[in-house]
Design a protein around this ligand. Structure first.
Ligand code: APR
Length: 187
């Protein structure tokens, strides 16, 4: 657990669906109709109500309910969280790496803003885009930690941001990013 100006960042090795935070973030796709990885685990644990809630959101002509780099919030079905913040991270393509980095930063900021607007003081976030969307984990960890650290230093209202990492190697990479960020900023 590391304290920033207005809230703490915690890293845990575990499953996103087991978290008792007020909000949990889903690593979703633009259609919000479920998938594998985090998305599959959250939909299975939340029950069919979550999919129904997602399907109620307006879709464009291609069936997209949330653009890449954006979020949509629903209640959480059977999960103990109050809200699921469905976050669509970028699919990583080396040719457009800078755009993907910007979208990954943005999706973290928008997830935190959504938590604030739904009065959630605690939020659990997976390693968005680092699975099926192939974002390199070292870079993703730096972006996620840096974005959340800056946010907690400049906004009040969120007490806890918990990154939930599924594999030991991912946990270690996030730990290094958190340590490096603190060294770099002298905190
Ligand atoms: N809890 C926490 N982390 C998990 C879990 C879980 N239950 N399951 C997988 N992970 C980890 C993966 O190891 C990976 O590092 O979450 C990270 C994100 O992986 P994905 O779930 O594949 O998410 P993402 O890369 O953002 O891809 C999103 O995958 O399933 C589809 O519908 C989803 O199309 C969307 C895409």
């Amino acid at each position: 657990m590391r304290q920033f100006a207005h809230g703490a960042v915690e890293l845990v090795l575990g499953n996103i669906v087991d978290q008792q935070t007020e909000a949990i973030v889903n690593a979703a796709n633009t259609k919000l109709t479920g998938g594998g990885g985090v998305d599959g685990a959250i939909h299975r644990a939340a029950g069919s109500e979550l999919k129904e809630l997602c399907l109620q959101l307006p879709a464009d002509e291609k069936g997209r309910r949330c653009q890449t780099g954006h979020v949509q919030t629903t209640t959480a079905g059977k999960l103990s969280a109050k809200y699921v913040i469905h976050a669509v991270g970028p699919y990583y393509n080396e040719q457009y790496a800078e755009k993907a980095r910007d979208q990954l930063r943005q999706v973290h900021v928008l997830a935190l803003q959504a938590a604030l607007s739904f009065n959630c003081r605690s939020i659990a976030i997976p390693a968005i885009s680092t699975g099926a969307y192939r974002f390199p984990i070292t870079d993703a960890a730096k972006i996620a930690i840096d974005t959340v650290g800056r946010f907690l230093n400049s906004h009040t209202g969120i007490d806890l941001v918990r990154f939930v990492l599924y594999k030991q190697g991912q946990f270690d990479t996030f730990q290094s990013a958190l340590d490096a960020w603190q060294l770099q900023t002298g905190r």
